[in-house]
Design a protein around this ligand. Structure first.
Ligand code: NAD
Ligand code: UDP
Ligand code: UDP
Length: 321
């Protein structure tokens, strides 16, 4: 039997958070979604607002928060470089002060707490693919450091609350994920290509397009979150969650072209500095401990994401931000 819980989701109006809230409600839980709407939007949680078990609260988690909950999923943090570099000091604050507040809350009410960490904790990795034991190669003083080091410090805090206060913690290191409710102007390759194709504008491939990435569809990722939260207390992670199937950016562009029936051509643009040639998760640990692996093929996930962006364009609610 499934026992209903009261669950706090920070960053719940964002891309991943909105899917997580929907899933938790579907399972019969009570959900409190806390978000300051920096990159998230009420549109993402619109279908949930009428549910009796769903509550939205506009709040910035860098400030203390007093609630009574059984579980916490801590997702609040802008995820794309253009957003997290917009106010880098705030990015470190949300990762560090925000984590301290949520850990303090978890400690007071004895709640289990989940942290949305990232593959960026590996920095510019020297090993491929990266197992969780790899300690990373992060620049502490660059423009990406507010995010990478902020997330690393959050992991440190989680483990110190575990050691010092015996807090039950769960840490997921998330790799590139895509799907409906992605921010249309996050500058990432999937949203760029789809929006360009739907508007018959050229698809901007950076470099020669032979660099590869692996993309996880959001439903697979959320399934991984739930399995991690339900895993035995002695399994804390960090655990990689992502899709190991690699595609080159040219292959991605061709798939998007085909699925949208676009008239767009491909336009080659310079490769950004330090653009990794390859990024791929090693998900051996997630397979062994959580019996988890992604099941949604890229083509299927792209179809759903294209339909989402097409609706946004039709409703004329997409404006650059
Ligand atoms: P997102 O930007 O869509 O969601 C983040 C949410 O946090 C937004 O709704 C935003 O308004 C909210 N937020 C930001 N600062 C806040 C604050 N101070 N107080 C309260 N709310 C705040 O991004 P996402 O892709 O859904 O990412 C969710 C989490 O997953 C982030 O922690 C991110 O670092 C992590 N992650 C995501 C990916 C990915 O591929 N999407 C990869 C690695 C890690
Ligand atoms: N905190 C919070 N909600 C709570 C409990 C704590 O926001 O329900 C904040 C509190 O403001 C504090 C932080 O979490 O700054 C860390 O709390 P903790 O009890 O771990 O540390 P202390 O208060 O002893 O510094
Ligand atoms: N990219 C591209 N065209 C775009 C946006 C990105 O070719 O319009 C490339 C980018 O150079 C990188 C890959 O796509 O090689 C993935 O970029 P993204 O920013 O989405 O993710 P990350 O580099 O963080 O994996």
């Amino acid at each position: 039997m499934h026992l209903a819980k009261r669950i706090l989701v920070t960053g719940g109006a964002g891309f991943l958070g909105s899917h997580l809230c929907a899933k938790l409600i579907e399972q019969g839980n009570e959900v409190i979604c806390v978000d300051n709407l920096f990159t998230g939007t009420k549109r993402n949680i619109y279908p949930l607002l009428e549910k009796i078990d769903f509550e939205f609260m506009r709040h910035d988690i860098t400030f203390p928060l007093y609630l009574e909950v059984d579980e916490i999923y801590n997702l609040a943090c802008p995820a794309s470089p253009i957003h997290y570099q917009n106010d880098p000091v705030q990015t470190t604050k949300v990762n560090v002060h925000g984590a301290i507040n949520m850990l303090g809350l978890a400690k007071r009410v004895k709640a289990k707490i989940f942290q949305a960490s990232t593959s960026e904790v590996y920095g510019d990795p020297e090993v491929h693919p990266q197992p969780e034991s790899y300690r990373g190669n992060v620049n502490p003083i660059g423009p990406r450091s507010c995010y990478d080091e902020g997330k690393r410090c959050a992991e440190t805090l989680f483990f110190d609350y575990l050691r010092q206060h015996r807090l039950p913690i769960k840490i997921a290191r998330i790799f590139n994920t895509y799907g409906p409710n992605m921010h249309p102007y996050d500058g990432r390759v999937v949203s760029n290509f789809i929006l360009q194709a739907l508007q018959n504008k050229p698809l901007t491939v950076y470099g020669d397009g032979t660099q590869s990435r692996s993309f996880c569809y959001v439903d697979d990722l959320i399934d991984g979150f739930l399995r991690l939260m339900q895993s035995s207390d002695d399994f804390t992670g960090p655990v990689n969650l992502g899709n190991p199937v690699e595609f080159t950016m040219l292959e991605l562009a061709e798939q998007v072209k085909e699925l949208t029936n676009t008239k767009s051509d491909i336009q080659f643009e310079p490769l950004p500095e330090d653009d990794p040639k390859q990024r791929q998760p090693d998900i051996t640990l997630a397979k062994n401990k959580l019996n988890w692996e992604p099941t949604v093929p890229l083509r299927h996930g792209l179809e759903k994401t294209i339909a989402y962006f097409a609706d946004l364009l039709k409703a004329e609610i997409i404006k650059p931000s």
